[in-house]
Design a protein around this ligand. Structure first.
Ligand code: FAD
Length: 497
């Protein structure tokens, strides 16, 4: 039996697990992250609006509300340090009748009490809102503007944290599913059994029968966090999955909105932050989402739900070009039975720390949660000695200028494979794809999320085979073994030219 030893094992490499891993890399520890998917950020982290909330919304007394505003500020600081794509857009929460103005006023008051700046109610009567957001509908009578809200790229945030944590000596075991774990009192250690989810052991390093022996465990397993907690005897909470469905519009939809515009949620679905039309950092428009109880494997999209999104948001923003839709998709919120984040030592074993029920604004709170988790580990007895070699910064690999190719001369001069365009829609060069693979992409989706190759209008029609050839060459495996997203998602057998 092959055993790997670690001071701390983090289960789950979503934004929460990756932020915790990077936080722990500030100390002299051996930290190991275990993730069942072939890449980081492929759970809920890759399917959300990407809004870093300002922190006015939420139930009084909840952890979600109390952490959100500081979470926002910490996210911004770290986004610059880690070169995470970010746009300071602000946000609008829009209402349709006089009685809803009261809700805006309550949110304004709550926000101010939490120290938010740049928060104001803007009326649509005198055209002020229309000036701010030209496509806002006449149906909207006012909006709560939150100047501190911003948008980021959530999966690029997870990738940035992964790269930086790895640089600071954190180990990641991807395509490795935790199947059971128990605490051995005599050895004062958790034994975690993991199973490979890919047969490409040479790429991911997880062999059948591998065991991780860890002094402390952090549970950041998203919608499965309750099942991981049960393995150590913690039955104190349940997680249910609540689905949100989205449209993504082509960048041709242009400046439909300048910032996330939320439609105030219906009293029936008050738990959701409301449907939204928002720009993305990649210049697309994201439109969604629904709030549907479902099971943990249900990522289906339905016409009925997407039609509801179309109607409701069409009442808020005029002329939404749904004919520019390039993809539709669904994500699952991890909703705990307490309705709040569950962060801290578990009662069954204080060396087992939960970061569970991380629903919205979980993305916003990733960095603040990571700080709380390291404090909790310290309280549970973990020695936190400063890592004097910690490197806080990480830089993105330079991308081609998509609009003005003249600006790319310097890049061509530095690396001639910038001149080889692999993805025409998104103008992605061979240099960028090779860099993505060298930095951890092992699949088509891994390349896509790092470079945008395959994200454009043709959705990979032109570049898929070209990216597969590069993956095969760089990873040293046959092209038939290249997958879309790990596991057995092999691409159809291809006749090579
Ligand atoms: C529709 C929607 C919109 C949202 N919008 C926003 C927003 O605009 N702003 C905001 O702040 N928040 C938003 N959120 C919330 C935010 O997306 C989440 O809070 C955040 O992504 C949670 O990250 P996580 O790392 O905790 O979970 P995940 O990203 O789900 O990560 C958990 C990881 O654990 C892994 N895992 C599970 N079981 C195992 C196992 N047995 N072994 C190994 N690995 C395992 C999974 O594969 C997964 O990668 C939204 C959520 C949804 C669904």
């Amino acid at each position: 039996m092959n055993t790997i030893k670690a001071d701390v094992a983090v289960i789950g490499a979503g934004i929460t697990g990756c932020a915790i891993a990077r936080q722990l890399s500030k100390y002299r520890l051996s930290t190991l992250v275990i993730e069942k998917e072939a890449d980081v950020g492929w759970g809920t982290t890759k399917v959300n609006t990407g809004l870093i909330h300002s922190g006015y919304a939420g139930e009084k007394g909840s952890l979600k509300l109390s952490l959100c505003h500081n979470g926002n500020m910490l996210f911004r600081k770290n986004a610059y340090e880690l070169d995470i794509p970010i746009k300071n857009t602000g946000s609008l929460l829009n209402v349709f009748n006089q009685s809803q103005i009261k809700i805006l006023e309550e949110n304004l008051k709550q926000g101010k009490a939490h120290g938010l700046l740049g928060l104001e109610i803007i009326s649509n009567k005198d055209g002020a809102l229309k000036k701010l957001e030209p496509n806002i509908s006449k149906n909207v009578i006012a909006g709560l503007y939150a100047g501190q809200a911003c948008i980021i790229s959530p999966y690029e945030a997870a990738i940035a944290l992964y790269e930086n944590a790895k640089k600071n000596s954190v180990r990641f075991m991807l395509a490795s599913k935790v199947t059971s774990l128990k605490y051995e009192k005599s050895q004062k250690c958790f034994f975690i059994n993991i199973q490979p989810t890919s047969s490409e052991h040479s790429i991911y390093g997880c062999e059948p029968g591998l065991v991780i022996a860890a002094d402390y465990v952090v549970n950041a397993a998203g919608i499965y966090a309750d099942e991981i907690a049960k393995m150590v005897g913690d039955l104190s909470f349940e997680i249910k999955a609540v689905k949100g469905q989205y449209y993504l519009l082509d960048s041709e939809a242009g400046e439909l909105v300048k910032r996330p515009n939320m439609r105030i949620s219906d009293p029936k679905t008050k738990k959701s932050k409301g449907m939204v039309v928002a720009p993305t950092t990649g210049n697309n428009i994201i439109i969604g989402s629904t709030y549907e109880d479902t099971d943990k494997n249900d990522f289906s999209t339905t016409k009925k739900a997407l039609d509801e999104v179309k109607v409701k948001l069409g009442q808020m923003i005029e002329n939404i070009p749904f004919n520019k839709t390039i993809t539709i998709f669904a994500g699952l919120r991890a909703i705990s039975n307490t309705g709040d984040f569950i962060i801290g030592q578990c009662q069954a074993n204080k060396k087992f720390i939960n970061a569970a029920g991380i629903q919205s604004p979980g993305l916003t709170c990733a960095f603040i949660i990571s700080e709380i988790i390291s404090d909790q580990l310290k309280e549970a007895g973990l020695k936190l000695e400063k890592n004097t070699k910690f490197i806080p910064e990480r830089k993105r690999f330079p991308k081609l200028d998509k609009v003005n190719f003249k600006n790319n001369h310097e890049l061509f001069a530095r690396n001639s494979s910038y001149g080889e365009i692999i993805c025409r829609c998104e103008k992605v060069s061979e240099a960028e794809i090779v860099n993505a693979i060298e930095n951890g992409a092992t699949t088509l989706d891994g390349v896509k999320f790092r470079t945008r190759a395959g994200m454009g209008r043709c959705q990979g029609g032109y570049c898929t085979l070209r990216v597969m050839k590069l993956l095969s060459k760089k990873l040293g495996i046959p092209i038939e073994k290249i997958t879309k997203s790990g596991g057995d998602s092999y691409q159809a057998k291809i006749e090579m030219d």
